[in-house]
Design a protein around this ligand. Structure first.
Ligand SMILES: NC(=O)c1ccc[n+]([C@@H]2O[C@H](COP(=O)([O-])OP(=O)(O)OC[C@H]3O[C@@H](n4cnc5c(N)ncnc54)[C@H](O)[C@@H]3O)[C@@H](O)[C@H]2O)c1
Length: 378
Protein backbone atom coordinates (compact mmCIF):
# COMPACT_ATOMS: atom_id res chain seq x y z
CA UNK A 1 0.00 0.00 0.00
CA UNK A 2 2.86 2.36 0.87
CA UNK A 3 4.37 2.31 -2.61
CA UNK A 4 0.92 2.81 -4.20
CA UNK A 5 0.32 5.87 -2.02
CA UNK A 6 3.81 7.18 -2.89
CA UNK A 7 2.95 6.80 -6.60
CA UNK A 8 -0.30 8.78 -6.13
CA UNK A 9 1.50 11.60 -4.30
CA UNK A 10 4.42 11.76 -6.74
CA UNK A 11 2.08 11.71 -9.75
CA UNK A 12 0.23 14.66 -8.22
CA UNK A 13 3.51 16.62 -8.03
CA UNK A 14 4.69 16.03 -4.45
CA UNK A 15 8.21 15.18 -3.39
CA UNK A 16 7.96 11.85 -1.57
CA UNK A 17 10.21 9.94 0.80
CA UNK A 18 9.28 6.26 0.89
CA UNK A 19 10.53 4.70 4.12
CA UNK A 20 10.72 1.02 5.06
CA UNK A 21 12.83 -0.90 7.58
CA UNK A 22 13.39 -3.54 4.92
CA UNK A 23 15.83 -2.68 2.10
CA UNK A 24 14.37 -5.56 0.14
CA UNK A 25 10.89 -4.00 0.37
CA UNK A 26 12.30 -0.68 -0.88
CA UNK A 27 13.97 -2.42 -3.85
CA UNK A 28 10.75 -4.26 -4.61
CA UNK A 29 8.79 -1.00 -4.52
CA UNK A 30 11.24 0.64 -6.93
CA UNK A 31 11.13 -2.26 -9.40
CA UNK A 32 7.34 -2.49 -9.19
CA UNK A 33 6.87 1.27 -9.77
CA UNK A 34 9.16 1.09 -12.80
CA UNK A 35 7.04 -1.74 -14.24
CA UNK A 36 3.78 0.14 -13.62
CA UNK A 37 5.09 3.36 -15.16
CA UNK A 38 6.54 1.51 -18.17
CA UNK A 39 3.10 0.00 -18.78
CA UNK A 40 1.51 3.46 -18.54
CA UNK A 41 4.00 4.76 -21.15
CA UNK A 42 3.18 1.80 -23.45
CA UNK A 43 -0.50 2.62 -23.12
CA UNK A 44 0.35 6.27 -23.88
CA UNK A 45 -1.20 7.41 -20.60
CA UNK A 46 2.06 9.20 -19.69
CA UNK A 47 5.23 9.97 -21.64
CA UNK A 48 8.87 9.11 -20.84
CA UNK A 49 9.49 12.56 -19.33
CA UNK A 50 6.56 12.13 -16.92
CA UNK A 51 7.78 8.64 -16.00
CA UNK A 52 11.20 10.10 -15.19
CA UNK A 53 9.68 12.96 -13.20
CA UNK A 54 7.57 10.58 -11.07
CA UNK A 55 10.53 8.28 -10.45
CA UNK A 56 12.79 11.18 -9.49
CA UNK A 57 10.12 12.53 -7.10
CA UNK A 58 10.43 9.45 -4.89
CA UNK A 59 13.35 9.13 -2.55
CA UNK A 60 13.74 5.64 -1.05
CA UNK A 61 14.90 5.96 2.58
CA UNK A 62 15.79 3.62 5.40
CA UNK A 63 15.79 5.85 8.46
CA UNK A 64 12.95 7.80 10.08
CA UNK A 65 15.14 10.89 10.36
CA UNK A 66 15.05 11.06 6.55
CA UNK A 67 11.40 12.12 6.92
CA UNK A 68 12.35 15.22 8.98
CA UNK A 69 11.35 17.77 6.30
CA UNK A 70 7.95 16.16 5.53
CA UNK A 71 4.76 18.21 5.84
CA UNK A 72 2.69 15.05 6.04
CA UNK A 73 3.58 11.41 6.67
CA UNK A 74 1.22 8.53 5.80
CA UNK A 75 2.06 5.33 7.61
CA UNK A 76 1.23 2.01 5.90
CA UNK A 77 3.28 -0.52 7.87
CA UNK A 78 2.23 -3.83 9.40
CA UNK A 79 -1.29 -3.84 10.98
CA UNK A 80 -0.10 -4.05 14.60
CA UNK A 81 -1.07 -1.39 17.13
CA UNK A 82 2.00 -1.68 19.34
CA UNK A 83 4.41 -1.43 16.39
CA UNK A 84 2.48 1.49 14.87
CA UNK A 85 2.51 3.34 18.20
CA UNK A 86 6.26 2.82 18.59
CA UNK A 87 6.96 4.09 15.07
CA UNK A 88 4.65 7.09 15.58
CA UNK A 89 6.28 8.22 18.81
CA UNK A 90 9.79 7.92 17.30
CA UNK A 91 8.71 9.66 14.09
CA UNK A 92 7.36 12.58 16.13
CA UNK A 93 10.84 13.29 17.48
CA UNK A 94 12.15 13.92 13.93
CA UNK A 95 9.40 15.82 12.11
CA UNK A 96 8.41 19.48 12.50
CA UNK A 97 5.79 20.71 15.01
CA UNK A 98 3.10 21.08 12.35
CA UNK A 99 3.73 17.89 10.34
CA UNK A 100 0.54 15.82 10.01
CA UNK A 101 1.05 12.19 11.04
CA UNK A 102 -1.52 9.97 9.34
CA UNK A 103 -2.24 6.25 9.31
CA UNK A 104 -3.57 4.09 6.47
CA UNK A 105 -4.83 1.47 8.94
CA UNK A 106 -7.89 -0.57 7.87
CA UNK A 107 -8.94 -1.83 11.26
CA UNK A 108 -7.27 -0.05 14.18
CA UNK A 109 -8.79 2.94 15.93
CA UNK A 110 -7.16 6.25 15.05
CA UNK A 111 -7.65 7.40 18.65
CA UNK A 112 -5.47 4.54 19.90
CA UNK A 113 -2.71 5.27 17.36
CA UNK A 114 -2.88 9.04 18.08
CA UNK A 115 -2.47 8.39 21.80
CA UNK A 116 1.19 7.46 21.15
CA UNK A 117 1.95 11.06 20.12
CA UNK A 118 2.86 14.04 22.29
CA UNK A 119 0.68 16.07 19.93
CA UNK A 120 -2.19 13.66 19.19
CA UNK A 121 -4.14 16.48 17.53
CA UNK A 122 -1.84 16.14 14.47
CA UNK A 123 -2.91 12.53 13.91
CA UNK A 124 -5.61 11.41 11.43
CA UNK A 125 -6.65 8.33 9.45
CA UNK A 126 -6.13 8.49 5.67
CA UNK A 127 -7.39 5.18 4.35
CA UNK A 128 -6.65 4.30 0.71
CA UNK A 129 -8.10 1.32 -1.14
CA UNK A 130 -6.07 -1.27 -2.97
CA UNK A 131 -4.55 -0.55 -5.51
CA UNK A 132 -4.20 3.08 -4.33
CA UNK A 133 -3.40 4.58 -7.78
CA UNK A 134 -6.55 3.02 -9.32
CA UNK A 135 -9.15 3.29 -6.57
CA UNK A 136 -10.90 6.64 -6.51
CA UNK A 137 -11.97 6.67 -2.85
CA UNK A 138 -10.00 7.71 0.22
CA UNK A 139 -11.64 7.62 3.65
CA UNK A 140 -10.40 10.39 5.94
CA UNK A 141 -10.94 9.65 9.62
CA UNK A 142 -10.45 12.29 12.30
CA UNK A 143 -9.90 10.83 15.77
CA UNK A 144 -11.49 12.49 18.80
CA UNK A 145 -8.07 14.12 19.38
CA UNK A 146 -7.66 15.46 15.79
CA UNK A 147 -7.52 19.25 15.34
CA UNK A 148 -10.07 20.70 12.84
CA UNK A 149 -7.30 22.24 10.69
CA UNK A 150 -5.63 18.82 10.37
CA UNK A 151 -8.88 17.42 8.98
CA UNK A 152 -9.27 20.40 6.68
CA UNK A 153 -5.66 20.23 5.37
CA UNK A 154 -5.82 16.45 4.91
CA UNK A 155 -9.08 16.47 2.94
CA UNK A 156 -7.77 19.34 0.80
CA UNK A 157 -4.53 17.49 0.04
CA UNK A 158 -6.25 14.22 -0.85
CA UNK A 159 -8.72 16.08 -3.10
CA UNK A 160 -5.77 17.85 -4.74
CA UNK A 161 -4.33 14.39 -5.45
CA UNK A 162 -7.47 13.78 -7.53
CA UNK A 163 -9.20 11.43 -5.09
CA UNK A 164 -12.77 11.43 -3.77
CA UNK A 165 -12.76 11.97 -0.02
CA UNK A 166 -15.33 10.44 2.31
CA UNK A 167 -15.01 11.64 5.89
CA UNK A 168 -15.79 8.88 8.39
CA UNK A 169 -16.13 8.67 12.14
CA UNK A 170 -13.45 6.68 13.98
CA UNK A 171 -15.62 3.54 14.34
CA UNK A 172 -14.77 -0.07 13.35
CA UNK A 173 -14.48 -0.61 9.59
CA UNK A 174 -14.98 3.14 8.95
CA UNK A 175 -17.51 3.26 6.07
CA UNK A 176 -16.68 0.65 3.43
CA UNK A 177 -15.50 -2.20 5.63
CA UNK A 178 -18.61 -1.80 7.79
CA UNK A 179 -21.33 -1.19 5.21
CA UNK A 180 -20.08 -3.94 2.85
CA UNK A 181 -20.25 -6.73 5.48
CA UNK A 182 -23.76 -8.01 4.52
CA UNK A 183 -22.67 -8.49 0.89
CA UNK A 184 -20.52 -11.36 2.13
CA UNK A 185 -22.30 -12.28 5.38
CA UNK A 186 -25.83 -12.51 4.03
CA UNK A 187 -24.69 -14.40 0.92
CA UNK A 188 -22.90 -16.92 3.17
CA UNK A 189 -25.97 -17.22 5.39
CA UNK A 190 -28.22 -17.87 2.39
CA UNK A 191 -25.80 -20.61 1.29
CA UNK A 192 -25.62 -22.11 4.78
CA UNK A 193 -29.41 -22.30 4.98
CA UNK A 194 -29.31 -24.36 1.79
CA UNK A 195 -31.38 -21.84 -0.16
CA UNK A 196 -28.97 -21.73 -3.11
CA UNK A 197 -25.42 -22.62 -4.21
CA UNK A 198 -22.53 -20.18 -4.76
CA UNK A 199 -23.15 -19.83 -8.48
CA UNK A 200 -26.86 -19.10 -8.07
CA UNK A 201 -26.23 -16.47 -5.39
CA UNK A 202 -23.51 -14.79 -7.47
CA UNK A 203 -25.70 -14.91 -10.56
CA UNK A 204 -28.61 -13.25 -8.67
CA UNK A 205 -26.50 -10.31 -7.44
CA UNK A 206 -24.84 -9.76 -10.82
CA UNK A 207 -27.88 -10.20 -13.01
CA UNK A 208 -30.47 -8.39 -10.89
CA UNK A 209 -28.21 -5.96 -9.02
CA UNK A 210 -25.59 -5.13 -11.62
CA UNK A 211 -22.73 -5.96 -9.25
CA UNK A 212 -19.56 -6.62 -11.28
CA UNK A 213 -18.73 -9.68 -9.17
CA UNK A 214 -20.95 -11.88 -7.04
CA UNK A 215 -20.14 -12.20 -3.30
CA UNK A 216 -18.41 -15.59 -3.66
CA UNK A 217 -16.39 -14.48 -6.68
CA UNK A 218 -15.38 -11.38 -4.73
CA UNK A 219 -14.46 -13.30 -1.55
CA UNK A 220 -12.32 -15.62 -3.71
CA UNK A 221 -10.73 -12.58 -5.32
CA UNK A 222 -9.97 -10.82 -2.00
CA UNK A 223 -8.87 -14.10 -0.38
CA UNK A 224 -11.00 -15.98 2.14
CA UNK A 225 -8.31 -15.57 4.81
CA UNK A 226 -8.18 -11.78 4.41
CA UNK A 227 -11.96 -11.35 4.08
CA UNK A 228 -12.66 -13.63 7.06
CA UNK A 229 -10.19 -11.72 9.25
CA UNK A 230 -11.81 -8.37 8.40
CA UNK A 231 -15.25 -9.78 9.30
CA UNK A 232 -14.00 -11.26 12.55
CA UNK A 233 -12.20 -8.01 13.48
CA UNK A 234 -15.34 -5.93 12.80
CA UNK A 235 -17.50 -8.44 14.73
CA UNK A 236 -15.25 -8.27 17.80
CA UNK A 237 -14.90 -4.50 17.58
CA UNK A 238 -18.71 -4.16 17.59
CA UNK A 239 -18.94 -6.13 20.82
CA UNK A 240 -20.25 -9.22 18.99
CA UNK A 241 -23.22 -7.56 17.31
CA UNK A 242 -24.89 -10.49 15.44
CA UNK A 243 -25.21 -8.32 12.32
CA UNK A 244 -21.48 -8.84 11.71
CA UNK A 245 -21.23 -12.49 12.77
CA UNK A 246 -18.59 -14.38 10.75
CA UNK A 247 -19.49 -17.60 8.95
CA UNK A 248 -18.25 -21.13 9.64
CA UNK A 249 -18.31 -21.83 5.92
CA UNK A 250 -15.75 -19.11 5.23
CA UNK A 251 -13.70 -20.09 8.28
CA UNK A 252 -13.48 -23.70 7.08
CA UNK A 253 -12.56 -22.62 3.54
CA UNK A 254 -9.85 -20.44 5.01
CA UNK A 255 -8.59 -23.22 7.33
CA UNK A 256 -8.52 -25.69 4.45
CA UNK A 257 -6.36 -23.33 2.41
CA UNK A 258 -9.16 -22.78 -0.10
CA UNK A 259 -8.33 -19.09 -0.14
CA UNK A 260 -9.65 -18.37 -3.62
CA UNK A 261 -7.95 -17.23 -6.78
CA UNK A 262 -4.49 -16.98 -5.19
CA UNK A 263 -4.49 -20.70 -4.28
CA UNK A 264 -6.33 -21.87 -7.40
CA UNK A 265 -9.29 -23.03 -5.31
CA UNK A 266 -11.90 -21.31 -3.18
CA UNK A 267 -15.66 -21.38 -3.67
CA UNK A 268 -14.69 -21.89 -7.31
CA UNK A 269 -11.77 -23.59 -9.03
CA UNK A 270 -9.40 -21.48 -11.12
CA UNK A 271 -7.33 -22.22 -14.21
CA UNK A 272 -3.66 -21.23 -14.61
CA UNK A 273 -4.54 -17.70 -15.71
CA UNK A 274 -6.86 -17.13 -12.76
CA UNK A 275 -10.19 -17.61 -14.56
CA UNK A 276 -13.04 -19.51 -12.91
CA UNK A 277 -13.58 -23.01 -14.31
CA UNK A 278 -17.37 -23.08 -14.78
CA UNK A 279 -19.21 -26.37 -14.68
CA UNK A 280 -22.71 -24.96 -14.83
CA UNK A 281 -24.51 -22.18 -16.66
CA UNK A 282 -27.54 -20.41 -15.34
CA UNK A 283 -29.67 -19.88 -18.41
CA UNK A 284 -32.57 -21.59 -16.70
CA UNK A 285 -32.30 -20.05 -13.25
CA UNK A 286 -35.48 -19.82 -11.20
CA UNK A 287 -36.21 -16.10 -11.43
CA UNK A 288 -38.29 -16.07 -8.25
CA UNK A 289 -35.39 -17.54 -6.27
CA UNK A 290 -32.93 -15.06 -7.82
CA UNK A 291 -35.20 -12.15 -6.85
CA UNK A 292 -35.54 -13.46 -3.29
CA UNK A 293 -31.75 -13.72 -2.92
CA UNK A 294 -31.06 -10.32 -4.44
CA UNK A 295 -33.74 -8.57 -2.34
CA UNK A 296 -32.43 -10.11 0.87
CA UNK A 297 -28.79 -9.12 0.32
CA UNK A 298 -29.72 -5.67 -0.98
CA UNK A 299 -32.02 -4.80 1.92
CA UNK A 300 -29.38 -5.91 4.44
CA UNK A 301 -26.83 -3.64 2.70
CA UNK A 302 -29.30 -0.74 2.69
CA UNK A 303 -30.09 -1.33 6.36
CA UNK A 304 -26.37 -1.23 7.20
CA UNK A 305 -25.86 2.00 5.21
CA UNK A 306 -28.92 3.59 6.86
CA UNK A 307 -27.67 2.60 10.29
CA UNK A 308 -24.24 4.10 9.55
CA UNK A 309 -26.02 7.36 8.71
CA UNK A 310 -28.25 7.04 11.79
CA UNK A 311 -25.13 6.75 13.98
CA UNK A 312 -23.40 9.67 12.20
CA UNK A 313 -20.54 7.56 10.84
CA UNK A 314 -20.62 9.73 7.70
CA UNK A 315 -22.95 11.88 5.59
CA UNK A 316 -25.42 10.28 3.15
CA UNK A 317 -23.36 11.51 0.20
CA UNK A 318 -20.10 10.19 1.65
CA UNK A 319 -21.68 6.80 2.44
CA UNK A 320 -22.93 6.46 -1.14
CA UNK A 321 -19.65 7.72 -2.64
CA UNK A 322 -17.71 5.30 -0.45
CA UNK A 323 -19.57 2.28 -1.82
CA UNK A 324 -19.56 3.33 -5.49
CA UNK A 325 -15.95 4.56 -5.54
CA UNK A 326 -14.32 2.33 -2.90
CA UNK A 327 -15.86 -1.03 -3.87
CA UNK A 328 -17.43 -0.18 -7.26
CA UNK A 329 -21.07 -0.82 -6.28
CA UNK A 330 -23.36 -0.06 -9.23
CA UNK A 331 -25.34 2.45 -7.15
CA UNK A 332 -25.09 4.15 -3.80
CA UNK A 333 -27.06 2.15 -1.23
CA UNK A 334 -29.05 5.10 0.10
CA UNK A 335 -29.97 6.23 -3.43
CA UNK A 336 -30.96 2.59 -4.05
CA UNK A 337 -33.18 2.72 -0.94
CA UNK A 338 -34.93 5.80 -2.33
CA UNK A 339 -35.44 3.99 -5.62
CA UNK A 340 -36.88 0.84 -4.03
CA UNK A 341 -38.91 2.90 -1.55
CA UNK A 342 -38.26 3.26 2.17
CA UNK A 343 -41.47 1.37 2.89
CA UNK A 344 -40.20 -1.59 0.84
CA UNK A 345 -36.97 -1.58 2.90
CA UNK A 346 -38.82 -1.55 6.23
CA UNK A 347 -41.23 -4.28 5.13
CA UNK A 348 -38.40 -6.51 3.88
CA UNK A 349 -36.42 -6.09 7.12
CA UNK A 350 -39.51 -6.77 9.23
CA UNK A 351 -40.28 -9.87 7.17
CA UNK A 352 -36.75 -11.20 7.81
CA UNK A 353 -37.09 -10.42 11.51
CA UNK A 354 -40.49 -12.16 11.68
CA UNK A 355 -39.00 -15.24 10.02
CA UNK A 356 -35.87 -15.50 12.15
CA UNK A 357 -36.39 -13.52 15.36
CA UNK A 358 -32.68 -12.69 15.33
CA UNK A 359 -31.23 -9.32 16.26
CA UNK A 360 -29.21 -9.55 13.05
CA UNK A 361 -32.39 -8.63 11.16
CA UNK A 362 -33.42 -5.58 13.18
CA UNK A 363 -34.55 -2.69 11.03
CA UNK A 364 -32.55 0.54 11.43
CA UNK A 365 -34.55 3.07 13.48
CA UNK A 366 -33.73 5.64 10.80
CA UNK A 367 -35.53 3.66 8.08
CA UNK A 368 -38.54 3.22 10.34
CA UNK A 369 -38.64 6.93 11.19
CA UNK A 370 -38.23 7.98 7.55
CA UNK A 371 -41.01 5.62 6.50
CA UNK A 372 -43.38 7.15 9.06
CA UNK A 373 -42.47 10.67 7.93
CA UNK A 374 -42.57 9.72 4.25
CA UNK A 375 -38.99 10.95 3.71
CA UNK A 376 -36.23 10.01 1.26
CA UNK A 377 -32.43 10.13 1.65
CA UNK A 378 -31.83 12.50 -1.30
N1 LIG B 1 -3.50 -4.44 1.58
C1 LIG B 1 -4.64 -3.77 1.51
O1 LIG B 1 -5.54 -4.10 0.71
C2 LIG B 1 -4.85 -2.58 2.39
C3 LIG B 1 -5.86 -1.67 2.06
C4 LIG B 1 -6.02 -0.52 2.87
C5 LIG B 1 -5.23 -0.33 3.97
N2 LIG B 1 -4.25 -1.26 4.29
C6 LIG B 1 -3.42 -0.99 5.47
O2 LIG B 1 -2.13 -0.57 5.05
C7 LIG B 1 -1.14 -1.03 5.97
C8 LIG B 1 -0.10 -1.86 5.24
O3 LIG B 1 -0.73 -2.93 4.58
P1 LIG B 1 -0.02 -3.70 3.36
O4 LIG B 1 -1.01 -4.67 2.84
O5 LIG B 1 0.61 -2.72 2.43
O6 LIG B 1 1.12 -4.48 4.16
P2 LIG B 1 2.50 -5.12 3.61
O7 LIG B 1 2.85 -6.17 4.58
O8 LIG B 1 2.41 -5.43 2.18
O9 LIG B 1 3.54 -3.90 3.76
C9 LIG B 1 3.95 -3.43 5.01
C10 LIG B 1 5.35 -2.85 4.87
O10 LIG B 1 5.70 -2.30 6.14
C11 LIG B 1 7.05 -2.58 6.40
N3 LIG B 1 7.25 -2.51 7.85
C12 LIG B 1 6.90 -3.41 8.77
N4 LIG B 1 7.23 -2.95 10.01
C13 LIG B 1 7.79 -1.75 9.82
C14 LIG B 1 8.32 -0.76 10.70
N5 LIG B 1 8.37 -0.97 12.00
N6 LIG B 1 8.78 0.39 10.16
C15 LIG B 1 8.74 0.59 8.83
N7 LIG B 1 8.26 -0.29 7.94
C16 LIG B 1 7.79 -1.44 8.45
C17 LIG B 1 7.28 -3.96 5.81
O11 LIG B 1 8.65 -4.15 5.52
C18 LIG B 1 6.41 -3.89 4.54
O12 LIG B 1 7.16 -3.44 3.43
C19 LIG B 1 -1.88 -1.78 7.07
O13 LIG B 1 -2.14 -0.88 8.13
C20 LIG B 1 -3.20 -2.18 6.38
O14 LIG B 1 -4.27 -2.31 7.30
C21 LIG B 1 -4.03 -2.35 3.50
Amino acid sequence: MGSGIAQVAATAGCKVSLYDTSLEALDKAKVSLNKILTRLVEKERIDEAEKKRIQESINYVNHLKDLASSRITIEAIIENLEIKKKVFSTLETYVSEDCIIASNTSSLSIASIASALKKPERCIGIHFFNPAPLMQLVEVIPAIQTAPEVLQKSTQLISDWGKTVAVAKDTPGFIVNRVARPFYGEALRIYEEGIADFTTIDFSLKKLGGFKMGPFELMDFIGNDVNYTVTETVFKAFYFDPRYKPSFTQKRFSEAGYLGRKTGKGYYSYDESGHIIRDKTHDTINSELAQQIFDRVLVMLINEAADALFLNVASATDIDNAMTKGVNYPKGLLAWADEKGIQWCVEKMDELYRNYHEDRYRCSPLLRKMNKENKTFF
